[in-house]
Design a protein around this ligand. Structure first.
Ligand SMILES: Nc1ncnc2c1ncn2[C@@H]1O[C@H](COP(=O)(O)OP(=O)(O)OP(=O)(O)O)[C@@H](O)[C@H]1O
Ligand SMILES: [Mg+2]
Length: 528
């Protein structure tokens, strides 16, 4: 067994984009039945390396062997033929097509008579979804699904390929902890079957749990390889950034002022209900000036819908209850109106957040403040440039020039651009939906420090996150949502992650006896 050729052997992989050396002589091996983690800061070259392996990037130097045989991929289909499947970091589904159609796009199952076999596709889809732990109607258009659900669909699609090598590029960035655990069970099963897995994630706690080995990239180079089971978050972070970093997420929690946002008995009764959305259905919460309030809840709890409604981007319908900003009732008619009222929003899916990928970083950064920069011309151009440069420096966006198209930035750096754009609007209230999704550990702690500073200026922050350590480390208080309702509220000085998770799942934590949480309720079915 030990003498067999590795499943994948990449040597001296080099890929250049203009002046950027995305991969610089990288070696990587993946053995059968191994989970190999790939770590590195935003822009380190992880996705590029894997796009080489999956036949997506072909103009590279260096060689690839699969089970000891040299291969050369001219297109993704060649790699698929060789047994390689990739779950892409950016969701690559067709919104208008159904779940089943997306799973089998370009390789539709056919009946004996050559017709598309919808029934069999639906059955297989249902089965694959069950393996990933969700029950979804295969006929539903993907565009109606939440980002987390879409992510599970891309995972199911990759599973359907029965690949020898499965590349997962940030597969959990939009999943809640229960779904992550479910995915890990699937990975364990695949690994037992001899599949080799490359696993990319910025969530350090996942690496020790799921990976055997870890390779760290920095500026396109391989800088370290570790036994993942013994790797601490500090060691990993240090290798990633080349200096020691703060791995604990802590925002400076400053003094809190008067009530800024008051939401009471808030519900949205949609004019036309949209499938798969959990509209607000009884929300009570308060955000004070200078306060960071967390929103905790499982997938489908209605976190996103609540934030969207407050930003005027939710489902059209009747509002019940009250929403007040600085004591005055508000009801944004749309995002522009919301921004004028001083409400800014960073959505969870940067794809849907209005980043125009073909436009420059500059154009994308100043998009929401165009009317404040004055009339077009020389002076205004100067203001745009300096505002963008300040934003890029403050958030440490890794890029060539601010004139580069935002689409050429790595995923995490695109997210920072969205964040920067919203900060420029100088909001009174900042709504954030998983703002650090896909952002590396160094930048994450910078963003949270920044949140602390923002709140320190008297801005109120409402922060939805699926990462419990961040909610506990960053927020003054956390409001727990379940099925569109606010069901509990905690002071983070008094409770930890276990209590939050239990409340989100609808379980009680036994008094003082520590966590009794787990996935029991979700997986169920067994005897007690
Ligand atoms: N299509 C492209 N055009 C130009 N530059 C690119 C392109 N794709 C990637 N790059 C550049 O190559 C470098 C590596 O990017 P890559 O996407 O591989 O990073 P990553 O490690 O996956 O980062 P993240 O954690 O943010 O996803 C970055 O500097 C990025 O800007
Ligand atoms: Mg990437």
């Amino acid at each position: 067994m030990g003498t067999a050729a590795p499943l994948v052997e990449m040597t001296g992989i080099t890929k250049r984009y203009g002046g950027v050396l995305a991969c610089d002589g990288v070696d990587l091996t993946v053995r059968a039945g191994e989970v190999h983690a790939l770590l590195g800061e935003n822009g380190a070259g992880k996705s590029t390396l894997m796009r080489v392996l999956s036949g997506d990037v072909t103009d590279h130097a260096g060689t690839i062997s699969i089970e000891g045989r040299r291969v050369e991929f001219g297109k993704p289909a060649d790699a698929q033929q060789a047994g390689i499947a990739m779950i892409h970091q950016e969701l690559d589904l067709v919104p208008a097509l159904s779940v089943a159609e997306n799973l089998y796009l370009g390789r539709e199952l056919r009946t004996r008579f050559g017709a598309v076999d919808r029934r069999r596709m639906a059955d297989r889809t249902r089965e694959l979804l069950r393996r990933t732990g969700i029950a979804l109607d295969p006929a539903r258009p993907v565009g109606d699904l939440r980002v987390g659900e879409q992510q599970l669909v891309t995972i199911a699609r990759a599973l359907s390929l029965d690949a020898k090598v499965l590349i997962m590029d940030e597969p959990t960035s939009a999943l809640s902890s229960t779904e992550v655990q479910r995915l890990f069970a699937v990975i364990a099963e695949l690994r037992r079957g001899g599949t080799g897995i490359v696993y990319i994630s910025h969530r350090m706690d996942e690496i020790g749990q799921v990976a055997d080995r870890a390779t760290v990239l920095r500026n396109g180079r391989k800088v370290a390889e570790f036994d993942a089971r013994r790797l601490t978050a500090e060691q990993a972070a240090e290798a990633m950034v080349g200096r020691s970093v703060q791995t604990l997420f802590r925002a400076e929690r400053g003094a809190v002022g008067d009530e800024l946002l008051t939401v009471s008995g808030f519900a949205v009764r949609p004019r036309r209900p949209r499938v798969g959305r959990r509209e607000p259905d009884g929300i009570d919460l308060v955000v004070r000036r200078g306060e960071i309030v967390g929103l905790c809840g499982l997938l489908g709890s209605g976190r996103t819908e609540l934030l969207e409604s407050l930003f005027g981007a939710g489902t059209p319908g009747t509002w019940e209850g009250e929403v007040r900003l600085d004591g005055r009732p508000v009801r944004p008619r749309g995002p522009r109106h919301a921004l004028r009222e001083g409400i800014a929003f960073v959505p969870e899916d940067r794809r849907g957040s209005g980043l125009v990928l073909g436009h420059s970083v500059l154009a994308n950064t100043v998009l929401s403040v165009l009317d404040r920069l004055g009339v077009a011309g020389f002076v205004r151009r100067g203001k745009e440039i300096s505002a963008t440069e300040r934003s890029v420096t403050q958030l440490r966006v890794k890029l060539g020039r601010i004139a580069d198209p935002v689409g050429t930035l790595s995923g995490g750096n695109q997210q920072k651009v969205v964040f920067g754009r919203m900060l420029l609007t100088e909001p009174r209230l900042l709504l954030l939906d998983d703002p650090t999704r896909g952002v590396d550990i160094g930048a994450k702690s910078e963003i949270y420090q920044l949140l602390g500073e923002i709140a320190g200026r008297g801005i109120g922050v409402l922060l939805a996150s699926s990462e419990l350590p961040e909610l506990v480390g960053v927020c003054h208080r956390v409001v727990v949502l379940r099925a569109g309702r606010s069901v509990a509220e905690f002071d983070t000085a008094e409770v930890g992650e276990a209590e939050l998770l239990a409340a989100a799942m609808g379980e009680r934590v036994a008094d003082g006896s520590g966590p009794v949480v787990g996935t029991g309720r979700q997986t169920g079915g067994g005897s007690r």
